[in-house]
Design a protein around this ligand. Structure first.
Ligand SMILES: *Cc1c(COP(=O)(O)O)cnc(C)c1O
Length: 405
């Protein structure tokens, strides 16, 4: 009952699939140095065939079931529904092994890397969540793992650094620029150019084509499960509305994937507004950004008048990215998805509320998705699915600081 991705993906030639050059509308492509071309081309030539092969599907499904713990439940949040006057379901990605949706992607990419004969894996990480998910699958497969992480983040995220080391990964500090995620990504790309034989396991629907499409396909399991779970629970496989938070956009891409061509399903992407959209301390890319190129693809990003990347800010490290993936730039520009945002304060309030009324401590990233409920006009019979991208254990220190407020 888990997946029937092969058949469905073959049929999918919708408006929100990339063209043969990896463009979603005007966004996407592969802006890479020439030295990386053979590597990226090899992946591009093979990824769909690998993902759709019976052998891959069998291994991927089996690991998602027995290692990750899928399918993740679709939970009817009764008290939250009563409070907001709608039928609210939570897609429980927080119950996955390692505590978030990120593992769906790393399991898939590690299998693809193996099929391509790669033995060395590199990854970038901000808060360490993607680093941990990557180190986990490398330990599972016995592959060498190097994770690039900003020097500042290494200090701020000590528990995740310890996890990665315990899992056998080498953590390399990025010491340039602001010493955070974008610098770690730059370091990873630099290393990749020098060692093109390595496999770059990207953590979201970002980077040069085919990475955004590959990661979206690997996260699509989320909406695939939602369809039969909703059918079972409501009699209809379509909800009225799907809400997900957006950093790079992978959990949202997964939650939206099988509904993108179904225009009657409302898609809501929620960005982090930090201290306020126009406060200068924000990560609301769609509101503040312009078209430009970041990490190998054309998309919307926060930049100054000289095209330099503006440092984003959010209380949640996972949403603290200056761009969005090209699919999301297209969902935004075409109006297919509605983009909303939530401030640090609104996200914190939503996290405390969910914990008190449903007994679930969400990740701070996820709390941004929950935080738009009070801003919406809802109908009593409106079926809403909120993608609960991760659990909040990692954010305990931040929650403790705000417990008394
Ligand atoms: C990393 C992370 C995100 C943001 O990444 P996306 O690629 O936008 O999904 C959201 N929620 C959680 C729990 C995360 O760990």
């Amino acid at each position: 009952m888990l997946l029937a991705m092969t058949a469905k993906n073959k049929k999918m030639k919708g408006k929100f699939q990339p063209d043969k050059n990896g463009y979603f509308g005007q966004f996407g492509g592969a802006f890479i140095p020439e030295l990386l071309y053979p590597n990226v081309k090899e992946l591009e030539d093979n990824y769909i065939q690998i993902i759709e092969s019976e052998e891959f599907q069998k291994e991927y499904k089996s690991l998602l079931k027995d290692f990750v713990g899928r399918p993740s439940p679709l939970y009817f949040a009764k008290r939250l529904s009563e409070k907001y006057g709608a039928q609210i379901y939570l897609k429980r990605e927080d119950l996955n092994h390692t505590g978030a949706h990120k593992i769906n992607n790393t399991i898939g990419q590690i299998l693809i890397a193996q099929k391509l004969g790669k033995t060395k894996i590199i990854a970038e990480t901000g808060a360490g969540q993607h680093g941990v998910a990557t180190a986990t699958v490398c330990a599972l497969m016995g592959l060498e793992c190097t994770v690039f992480m900003g020097e500042k983040d290494i200090v701020r995220q000590a528990p995740n650094v310890a996890r990665m080391k315990m899992l056998g990964a080498k953590v390399v500090p990025a010491t340039s620029g602001s010493k955070t995620l974008k610098d770690a990504t730059n370091e990873a790309i630099r290393y990749w150019i020098q060692h093109p034989e390595t496999f770059y396991l990207i953590g979201s629907v970002v980077g040069p084509h085919p990475h955004p499409d590959m990661v979206a396909r690997l996260q699509a399991v989320i909406s695939e499960e939602m369809k039969w779970q909703l059918k079972e629970k409501t009699g209809n496989e379509n909800p009225d509305t799907i809400i997900a938070c957006v950093g790079g956009g992978s959990n949202a891409a997964g939650a939206f994937y099988h509904y993108m061509d179904d225009e009657e399903v409302e898609l809501i992407a929620v960005e982090a507004a930090g201290l306020g959209v126009n406060s200068g301390e924000s990560a609301a890319t769609s509101q503040l950004g312009q078209v430009g190129i970041i990490h190998g693809s054309k998309t919307i990003l926060m930049q100054d008048e000289y095209g330099q990347i503006v440092e984003p800010y959010s209380i949640s490290a996972g949403l603290d990215y200056p761009g969005v993936g090209p699919l999301h730039a297209f969902l935004f520009e075409s109006g297919r998805a509605k983009f909303m945002n939530a401030t640090d304060k609104e996200a914190l309030d939503a996290a405390f509320e969910l914990t008190k009324i449903e007994g679930i401590i969400p990740a701070l990233e996820t709390a941004h998705a929950l935080a738009v409920l009070p801003k919406m006009t809802l109908r009593k019979d409106q079926v809403i699915v909120i993608n609960l991208s991760g659990r909040g254990d990692k954010d305990l220190e931040t929650f403790i600081k705000h417990l008394e407020e």
